[in-house]
Write a protein that binds this ligand. Structure first.
Ligand SMILES: *Cc1c(COP(=O)(O)O)cnc(C)c1O
Length: 461
């Protein structure tokens, strides 16, 4: 058949059940230059286990603070949950290759094959499992685009925990059906900023009419966790333990590629807080750090919220209300308010400290792409590969297409792997705007960026 240039590789590579990962991989254990420790904002000293205990689950704090243990066993119950929707297929994008007429080979790891519609479930189930083990009864969280809230509601529904989700207001309005799915699994949804918390009321007073941001929603969720008995806060990205859980993406992808003797030349992922990208690159980057490969890693972010490409590498808060520990990361400033747009899950002012350090040390590159370019790639992908991609994932598709087109010019047969993090069924407001030609490309001005940077804490170390 014309379509398949290399028939040795099937359309989809699935792992057998016994080939699925039994342990998560901790990328930090392989880094010589470790990410800087989180700081307690009151003492400016590295955070201790006790500092974090009021807000986070114990086992997750242990994972969070551990930058030396290379592997963490996946609890059997979590492995069993994974089996409901994993292994996720590794797909050879033969149709996209043919459409682009490129000599490049394109592969994608598809994480949208569960009801949450994204990779977020990989960490949600682990986090709720540990919360239940600890005897907690309530959890709070934030959700941007809604995928994390859905994933966590699924996991809480399964384990019988109560969940309150602070959902970024523009998303709650744009995606009423997301909200309905969260509620169907038992989660309670509060559009943020809200009047239910002190920090929410303050943010509303200072920015009346704001559509909210992940940073605001996090502040509200943390405040509620502190004020509710037997409750903790859980986060769907940015933190080290989330990257650890998401390593299952990369471990499966690498095992699938290894079956056919394939080593990618380029690995691409969209980057919001950095969890899917961190998880996807983990086993490949660990090898690069040991000098075993020379893969090019590319983080793709929205031009509207360009933390890596325009941000500063500095200690900053993880939330707008300035309640989290300080993290050394690429950041636009915790006060940066991204313009409302459709890259919901990527609208975060910072970037996980692990990827920030790797980027700073030159192990990874980053680029930003504009919204309409992203949706051009998304609709092309939907037509030729069949799957309707999430807008977030489509940032990676855009970069994969651009790299494949470069190969067409140079004749290089590069092997490109990207993460297709989810599906876009709940993003039809965004697709409609693109189809109508009403979608705009907002890029923050220097003035906007300056306002964000002005909110960086002044820290003398
Ligand atoms: C949340 C989300 C992202 C971005 O989050 P990361 O932590 O950067 O991975 C990307 N794609 C989808 C589908 C998401 O739901």
């Amino acid at each position: 058949m014309e379509v398949t240039k290399n028939t040795a590789v099937p359309y989809k590579i699935y792992l057998e059940e016994h080939e699925m990962p039994k342990a998560w991989m901790n990328l930090r254990a392989f880094m010589k230059n470790k990410p800087a420790p989180f700081l307690n904002p009151a003492t400016k000293k590295p955070c201790t286990f006790e500092d974090l205990q009021a807000v986070f689950c114990d086992e997750l704090i242990r994972q969070e603070l551990d930058d030396t243990t290379p592997y963490f066993e996946i609890p059997e119950e979590v492995q069993a949950f994974y089996k409901m929707y994993r292994p996720a297929p590794l797909v050879r994008a033969y149709h996209l290759e043919r459409y682009l007429d490129t000599p490049a080979e394109i592969y994608y790891k598809f994480e949208g094959n569960n009801t949450s519609g994204s990779h977020k479930l990989n960490s949600a189930v682990a986090q709720v499992y540990y919360a239940k083990q600890q005897g907690l009864t309530n959890l709070t969280t934030e959700t941007g685009a809604g995928q994390w809230g859905t994933a966590l509601s699924m996991a809480c529904g399964f384990y019988g925990l109560d969940l309150t989700v602070y959902m970024v207001k523009v998303s709650a309005e744009q995606k009423p059906h997301r909200r309905a799915v969260i509620e169907t699994y038992g989660g309670k949804v509060v559009p943020s900023p809200s009047t239910t918390t002190e920090v929410g009321r303050k943010i509303l007073e200072e920015n009346p009419g704001t559509g909210g941001s992940l940073g605001c929603a996090i502040s509200e969720a943390i405040e509620t966790a502190r004020n509710t008995p037997n409750c903790r806060y859980v986060l769907g990205s940015v933190l080290n333990h989330v990257l650890l859980h998401q390593s299952v993406i990369g471990l499966e992808a690498k095992a699938a590629l290894d079956k056919y003797g394939i080593t990618p030349d380029i690995v691409i992922g969209c980057a919001g807080g950095g969890s899917n990208l961190g998880g996807l690159i983990t086993p490949f980057m660990a090898e690069k750090l040991q000098g075993k490969n020379n893969i090019e890693f590319i983080a793709v972010e929205p031009a509207s919220c360009p933390s890596l490409t325009k941000g500063k590498f500095a200690y900053d808060y993880g939330d707008t209300g300035r309640t989290t520990p300080l993290m050394k990361m690429y950041t636009l400033g915790s006060g940066f308010m991204p313009a409302p747009n459709h890259a919901g899950g990527l609208r975060y002012h910072g970037m996980t400290s692990t990827l920030s350090q790797l980027y700073h040390d030159g192990y990874m590159t980053a680029r930003s792409v504009k919204q309409t370019e992203v949706f051009e790639a998304a609709t092309l992908f939907a037509k030729v590969e069949g799957t309707l991609p999430a807008p977030e994932s489509s940032h990676a598709i855009r970069a994969a297409i651009d790299e494949a087109l470069k190969c067409k010019e140079t004749g290089e047969k590069k092997k490109i792997l990207f993460g297709l993090t989810g599906t876009g069924y709940f993003d039809m407001t965004a697709y409609t705007a693109f189809n109508n030609g009403t979608m705009t490309d907002y890029v923050p001005t220097d003035e906007d960026l300056k306002k964000g940077f002005a909110t960086l804490p002044q820290i003398d170390l």
